[in-house]
Structures are given as C-alpha cells and as structure tokens.
Design a protein around this ligand. Structure first.
Ligand code: UGA
Length: 434
C-alpha cells in the first residue's frame, strides 16, 4: 500500500515521518516547493524535538519521499491523508477552501480505488462534503471511500505522541476502509477505536475543547484563590487526585494558545450555532482565556503604576515550551497591550524569536530581542515569565537580580517558589498563589 500525505505542515510532516517509521511507503506533497526541497534534504522547517533525526533515517531507508507534484502523488497512492490547513475565518469558523480544493484535485486524478482520509481538524460533517465534491468532479466512475482519522499530536511531543498514541480514532463507513486503516495502524491495535465518521470528527473537537475548558476552569479557580487564602496549585493537586478528574491540564497561568485550542474552541462554537445547539459554555471558556493576558498586565500595573517608558523583560514568547510556534501565543496579546501602555519591551525566547520578529520587527528601544534571558533583564523595571522553558525555570536568580533595575517578578506560569524568590528580595506575584 502506498500512502500519500497532502500538506506537509505540522500534522502532515509528523504523520508522513511517523507512518514511514511504522514501515509504510510514504510520499508527502505540498504546494510550497521550497519547503519540499528543504524537507527532501532532511531539514525540518519547524522546531520539533526528534523529528529531524527520524526524517533523515526514513529518507535514507528509502520508504519516505517528498514531491511538489500533487497530481502524481494522488495518482500513485492507494491511501491519501488530507493534512492541509483549515485557517480560522473572521467569524470563528474553519476555512475549508484548501480541503475543497484538494478534494477536487483528487476527483480529477482518481484512477483506481482510493481511500481518502481527513486528518486535518475539521468541522463535523466535512467528510460528507469531501465525498460529494469528489463524486461531483470525478472524471471516471472509480470507487473511493472517505474516512476520518483525527490527529492528537501535541507540539513539542509530536514524535512520541505519534509513535505512542493513547488512542487511534478511525471513522469509517465501509468495511474496506476499516480494514485498510486498521492495517496501517496495526502496531496500535489495542488502542484503535472504530466509529462512524461524524463521531470521529467530533471526538477531535470535543477533546480539544474539553482540555481548553479544564485550563479555563482552573484559571477561574485561580481568581478565587487570589481573593482567599487558597492556593491554586494545591487545589489542582487535590482535584487531580480524583481519577475522574485527572491531574493533567490543570495548570493555571497565562492561558492556552497555539494553533489548536483557541481556533478549535471557536470553531466548535460556530458548529453549534450552525446546528442550532447552544454552546455558550465554550464562549465562557474563550472569554476566561482572553482575560488571562489582561490580568497579567494589571499585575504589572499594580507593581509599577504607570507602564509608560518602563523596561519590561518578557521571558518566553512561544505559546508553550519546546516549540518555536507563536500562533495565538499569549505573548502576542501581552506585547500588544504593553505597547499600548507605552512600555519598553526586552524579549527573550530560546526558539521563537525569528517567528516573533515577523509579527513585531525589532524597533529600539520599544521592542528589543535579547540573546539571553539575562540580556533581556538588563535594566528591567520588571520581569514577566511568559513561557515555562526549562532555561527560564532554571534561571539563576542571583544573576537575574544583578541585571535588574527593580526586583519585580510577575510569574505568568507559576514556575518559581514564592517563598524562595521573596527571600531573595523579589517582589513576586503569580497566578492563584500568595
Ligand atoms: C493540542 C492538544 O493537546 C493535542 O492533543 C492536539 O492534537 C493538538 O492541540 C491539535 O489539535 O493539533 P498543542 O496545541 O500542541 O496540542 O498544545 P498543548 O500541549 O495541548 O497546550 C495548549 C496550550 O495550553 C498551551 O498554550 C499551554 O501552555 C496551555 N496549557 C496546557 C495551560 O495553560 N495549562 C495546562 O495545564 C496545560
């Protein structure tokens, strides 16, 4: 069986490499020729631990290749995984233009039975549209199936998530499609859940929105903690000990960002509106998350009163550690708000600086990118912990202290021990803790 992967963005590239690692013959394609060129030479265009090594090993082994030729990829593949992006529209809904375009291309080049698998995160009922589109535009009366196989990869842990999944969800409507997908994921047979297609599509949206809800929920509890003597870390710990709740995704802080949670929550709200189901619960999740940035700016104001011309060190810019991704990162909202206040920003991130520069080009002295956390702290009136990189958690606070003008530390990710930093002389505030 030959597998074609359409779209070599995050999901597509990891899936191509992961499926090759499982022993399949895989060809990946993308409309951006330079990207294909780079990947074909063994260079990963994103920062993802372990991916480059695995890409190179599978390219060497000869069962993985990349091409910019979509037509030939479609013609020569038995199974096609659609991994193109579904950007967010103004109204929150997912833009399905690329998925529709690829479906038409598949239709035009349908030369033998093929299984078309949607892997991009898509609204429920997308597969029916893909099916209809292929039927509408196909040139020959060739049989095909559509299936859904949502992806649950976390950025920064994508390789391990792909090779050690908690579950593999397969949404199918024919026995033939089921057999093909079960064979592809044979190695994980004890973790495969076969459902109908609508169910598989919804599992993905429901999972991401639920996790986002957990984060907003604990951030709401953090607000209560700040007005009482409770400590949010212990509240989370105590809640998490109940196996029905679980301890993961209960870290209070600056809220969730990334290319998935913010977009998927809003897309599910839209899906609910389209289907006549009230999903106001998720609107609150989104609102609470949005407020995390404002609350952090308020903490700085509480410490410095007026932020105009104050030097603020932002430590971490990526939406979470182990990635260079800044999409929907809380840092973006922070930069915008702090710039509105007239603060001078000195920013550091181990991986995300280049990406951030495309959004906020360096402009001295308003926006400065530093080469190390200590450089960012030079002369700072306050420091703000934005992303919990190990390098930032392990910051040498003595050295930090020597750099700073005022010892004000606002910890947006609760990485430091309040008593210990206060003992060192810092004026310290964090989320939901005294
Ligand atoms: C998320 C899901 O975890 C994956 O299962 C899913 O496949 C992926 O979206 C997707 O739909 O493609 P990802 O966006 O890589 O993965 O990031 P997460 O590790 O889930 O973190 C999301 C955000 O939540 C980050 O900004 C993180 O800082 C924040 N977060 C996470 C918290 O604020 N508190 C927590 O307790 C956990």
């Amino acid at each position: 069986m030959k597998i074609g992967i359409i779209g070599t963005g995050y999901v597509g590239l990891v899936s191509a490499v992961g499926l090759a690692e499982l022993g399949h013959e895989v060809v990946g394609t993308d409309k951006v020729a330079e990207k294909i060129e780079k990947i074909s030479q063994g260079n990963v265009p994103i920062y993802e631990p372990g991916l480059q090594e695995l890409l190179q090993a599978n390219l060497r082994r000869g069962n993985l290749s990349f091409t910019a030729d979509l037509t030939s990829t479609i013609a020569t593949s038995d199974v096609l995984f659609v991994c193109v992006n579904t950007p967010q529209r103004e109204d929150g809904s997912a833009d399905m233009t690329y998925v529709e375009g690829v479906s038409r291309k598949i239709a035009e080049n349908l030369n033998q039975y093929k299984l078309i698998v949607e892997k991009s995160t898509v609204p429920v009922r997308t597969s029916s549209w893909i099916k209809r589109t292929i039927s509408l535009y196909r040139k020959r009366d060739v049989d095909f199936d559509v299936a859904s196989n949502p992806e649950f990869l976390r950025e920064g842990a994508a390789v391990s998530d792909f090779l050690h999944p908690d579950r593999v969800i397969i949404g199918v409507e024919s026995e033939r499609a089921r057999e093909i997908l079960v064979k592809i994921y044979e190695r994980f047979q004890d973790r495969i859940l076969v459902t109908n297609i609508d169910t598989a599509e919804l599992i993905k949206h429901a999972s991401n929105s639920f996790l986002a809800m957990k984060i907003s929920y604990i951030n709401l509890m953090a607000d209560l903690c700040e007005r009482t003597d409770a400590d949010v870390e212990q509240v989370a710990q105590g809640m998490g000990l109940d196996e029905r709740i679980g301890s993961r995704f209960l870290r209070a802080g600056l809220g969730y960002g990334g290319s998935c949670f913010p977009k998927d929550v809003r897309a599910l709200i839209r899906i609910g509106e389209d289907l006549g189901v009230d999903l106001n619960l998720l609107k609150e999740v989104d609102r609470i998350n949005f407020n995390c940035v404002n609350k952090t700016v308020d903490r700085l104001k509480k410490a410095l009163w007026i932020l105009k011309d104050k030097k603020i060190a932002l430590l971490g810019l990526a939406f979470k550690p182990e990635t260079d991704d800044i999409r929907n990162a809380p840092s973006i909202g922070l930069i915008e708000r702090l710039r509105e206040e007239g603060a001078l920003l000195q920013m550091y991130d181990p991986q995300a600086v280049e990406n951030m520069k495309t959004l906020f080009p360096e402009k001295k002295p308003e926006l400065v990118y530093a080469a190390s956390p200590y450089d960012a702290l030079k002369g700072a009136n306050a420091a703000l912990i934005v992303t919990e990189w190990d390098e930032i958690k392990d910051l040498d606070l003595k050295q930090a202290k020597d750099q700073m003008e005022n010892l004000i530390l606002v910890d947006g990710r609760n990485v430091f021990n309040p008593a210990a930093v206060r003992k060192m002389g810092f004026e310290y505030s964090s989320v939901g803790r005294k």
